[in-house]
Write a protein that binds this ligand. Sequence first.
Ligand code: AMP
Ligand code: GLY
Length: 457
Amino acid sequence: MLEKNVLIIGTGGREHALAEALTIKSDKFKTNLFFAGNSINPGIVKISSGYKKCTLDRFDLIDKFIYEKKINYLIVGPEAPLADGIIDNLGLEKNNLFCFGPKCNFAKVESSKSYCREIMNKYGMSQYSPQHAIFNSSNDIHSMFNCVEYVYKLNSKSGFVIKNDKLCGGKGVFVSNEHVNIETGLIKCKEFFEKGNKFIIEEKLTGPEFSLMTISDGLNCKHFPIAVDFKRAYPGDKGPNTGGMGSICFPDNNVPFLTSEQIEEAKSINERMLDALKKENNNEGYIGILYGSFMLTDFGIKVIEYNCRFGDPECLSLLSLLKTPFIDVLYACAETKLNDIELEFNDECSICKYFVPENYPDNPKKNELLDLDFINKIAEDNNLLVRYASVNHDVESVSKKCISLGSRTFAFISLNKDHRIAYNNIENGMNAFFKENKNFWWRKDIGAPGEFWEKRT
Ligand code: AMP
Ligand code: GLY
């Protein structure tokens, strides 16, 4: 057995899901897991051999930790360090390290929404974008005039969407008739102009949304099953956008609202994007996850955005279904031999739901005490998996308290061939926790039996 030391950057739900995927037994490798981040995730710490507590902009401390622990593989969970160039800045040669994640030039596909649209236009993929216009200049009267005119024009058709160009943790998007009207939308635009911020205005699209994650070793790529993310805070997909309140994968990747041709089309869009990014970067290949966020409209599949890492919560659903040891996947990527392995998934559905604190996302309550034994007992009783997110387990203190930090707190995941059983199990678990913890809530409607699960023709 070869030993591999793996460092996960980040301590949220996505990183806990990655850590668990690294516990899938491999015939070839024994994994020693380490993590770095600002908090201690009780799920990750339990299965790891060590950690570095630091903010994710401290590349110097992370580099030192990589060197000390003789890390072989680095996985970067969140987008911010990727956009800040963590992959470019760690001592690749000195440490003989393989980094699973894109360099910052590639991460721009997520960190600048206008760059993403420009690349799509440049490489013949404009048919997959909604109509859009990019606004940049702070005091340009023409630009402001054009912006007002554009908002009115879109408003008279299907509506408009205003998006901050840069990373906003899923909270920089304002959709007409949902978050803004023409007046408040134009005020948003004015604010962007005044601050000199780049922003983008898009035609409002409608239709079911889905996520497709594609893994790339720089030369070859493979696709994950489709996942559906529920981004809105309230039932019926209403309310402000959040990081994602829950997610679903379907039995056998049989997505009720997509034909197999449409799934193939989404795969080919991701492949074309990987190709475009390669051409933009002197033929260097993209390494890591390319996550396409799509909408099926009456005019075909459209790209809502691209992300340069695993989706959270999508990867909580997806990686719970993964059968292939993730360490084998990392090895294959490191050796540019992704084509030599199969990504195998079990054929159940996967429903994932986050508990979020009172007043999330606007003014969330924090510092609630969490009883980990109680959560584990509920999971056991209801056949659920647990993934911790915005919490800190103070393992260094005598009290060893685990407290909530104010964002998505933890998720239960329920797997079953029958979606009704999966739903009942997860709802029983959520209710059992809520009974004793009234300061948290979740979206009951996610995964509920009904037309969502039925094949549409
Ligand atoms: P994003 O951060 O770009 O993924 O956007 C967050 C959410 O805003 C998406 O999941 C959609 O629900 C919504 N959204 C973004 N762009 C559009 C669009 N052009 N039309 C309709 N809804 C959109
Ligand atoms: N699920 C949304 C995101 O990860 O950006």
